[in-house]
Design a protein around this ligand. Structure first.
Ligand code: AVJ
Ligand code: FE
Length: 451
């Protein structure tokens, strides 16, 4: 119990440190401004984080009376779309901060006395506390997305991940066919859409060893990929035309074959070794077809990330069950960009794939839907209301998410047109397909270097 209490306190405190950095690094005008109609003003996220923490921990777990019931509707994500939020009578920055501070003080008091009573499902294994820690770091990623959208002088420190040596890495790895356990019934902090564990038979396939790099993506651009409808789905081509897409979001052409990209207020040449980020599902899908390949299904992605052929078991992370350390994955906004392809050999999966956790969210070909036996918990609006073909699943987490909300079973979802999220992708092919395109040669799995 002491361990659980300490873990919860540590997760909540770490999340709040990041929230504070993201909201203290800009001035008041910047906090209340809407930087894009796709995003809330940062001051909305700040009070929404506090309001959810009050709702679930103080009211539901603690049985404590609402502190300011009149503000609840302002911070209910379903009452007001993001585009409307700047017109609401939101708490000003100082009051939003004070509200968060007050709630957190009471939560830490509650944490000292809560008994994690088995009669209350929200309390068992500290689930509600884990859910709220995950909620805050998810909004820390949302707020970082807002930081990337904002214009003006850079305010976040630029820490760059070290260079990687990807030479000798095969371009793809084999994941042998057969059943594996997808989802989880055992992880106490897994969210409802990750449950329950169920067996899925996945035929043999090959998966890119690393996420697709800017260098590879530049070849697609140079080959006229954006101008050839043959690589695009019908919907994707329509969108490419309407939106005038020519390159990933934040890229601009500098002439002479050079592209530059803006990263948190600073512009620099596109790094060919870095995984591509800020592409829509439609662009990822078109690139994959151009490469003679396809996006992996969600089941393929998860099998590559956690199935251990030596034991037949599914593990929490590609490298096993130890929580993500700095040596295995690029998480927690430690660097504000993905690490070069081939980084993190210590984080490789048994199949040899690298960087499945962290760096960039990876688009999969799958629609967001319930697993067999799904039941909404603790509220329908976390996942269930989003199930359907209009959302595509992303896996693996980006450099912007924290370990508490990142694991091999974690599922994210968004519209196929979205590009402001930290999303990239890797490609796959069925073992029965040849996967022709020159940019992706086929290397026998035996030649693969195991980390
Ligand atoms: C799981 C990232 C799609 O940001 O909309 C935050 C997470 N849910 N507050 C989102 C979430 C409620 C959610 N995503
Ligand atoms: Fe939220």
């Amino acid at each position: 119990m002491t361990d659980l209490r300490e873990r919860i306190a540590a997760e909540l405190i770490a999340a709040r440190a990041r929230t504070a950095l993201l909201t203290d690094s800009v001035d008041e005008a910047d906090l209340v401004r809407q930087h894009s109609p796709l995003m809330s003003p940062l001051v909305w996220d700040l009070a929404h984080i506090a309001n959810q923490e009050e709702l679930w921990l103080l009211r539901q777990v603690g049985g404590i009376e609402p502190m300011h019931p009149e503000i609840d509707p302002l911070y209910d994500a379903f009452e007001h779309p993001r585009s409307e939020r700047p017109t609401l009578p939101l708490l000003p920055p100082a009051e939003a901060r004070a509200y968060g501070h007050e709630v957190r003080g009471r939560v830490l008091d509650l944490l000292d006395r809560v008994r994690f009573d088995s009669a209350s499902r929200l309390e068992v294994d500290g689930f509600a506390f884990g859910m709220i820690a995950q909620h805050e770091v998810q909004h820390d990623e949302t707020m970082l997305i807002t930081h990337q959208l904002r214009t003006g002088a850079a305010v976040l420190a630029e820490a760059r991940p070290p260079a990687a040596d990807a030479s000798g890495l095969p371009s793809e790895v084999l994941v042998p066919g057969g059943p594996f356990t997808m989802g989880t019934s055992a992880d106490p902090w897994a969210l409802d859409n990750e449950r329950p564990a169920h067996v899925v038979d996945v035929p043999s396939f090959y998966l890119d060893t690393t996420p697709v790099t800017c260098g590879a993506y530049l070849e697609f651009i140079a080959d006229g990929g954006y101008d050839s409808p043959r690589w695009w789905s019908t919907e994707g081509w329509k969108h490419r035309q309407q939106a005038g897409l020519v390159a990933p979001l934040y890229w601009s052409y500098a002439g002479g074959g050079q592209w530059v990209r803006r990263v948190f207020g600073r512009t620099s040449p596109v790094d060919p070794a870095e995984p591509v980020v800020h592409v829509s599902w439609y662009e990822a899908d078109a690139y994959a077809r151009w490469a003679g390949r396809r996006l992996p299904t969600e089941a393929e992605w998860e099998k590559a990330a956690r199935h251990d052929p030596a034991t037949g078991e599914s593990r929490p992370y590609p490298w096993g069950s130890a929580p993500p350390a700095a040596e295995v994955a690029n998480l927690s906004q430690r660097f504000l960009r993905p690490a070069p392809a081939g980084s993190y050999p210590a984080g490789a999966a048994p199949c040899g794939a690298r960087q499945l956790i962290g760096d960039v969210w990876e688009w999969t070909s799958s629609d967001f839907g319930p697993y067999p036996g799904f039941s909404a918990w603790p509220y329908r609006e976390y996942s269930e209301v989003f199930f359907g073909p209009e959302y595509k699943v992303l896996r693996g987490g980006s450099f912007a998410v924290s370990p508490v909300a990142c694991r091999s079973t974690f599922r994210n979802w968004d519209y196929p047109v979205r590009r402001q999220i930290f999303a990239g992708f890797r490609t796959a092919r069925s073992a029965t397909d040849s996967g022709t395109r020159g940019v992706r040669g086929v290397v026998p799995p035996q030649a693969m270097e195991q980390a």
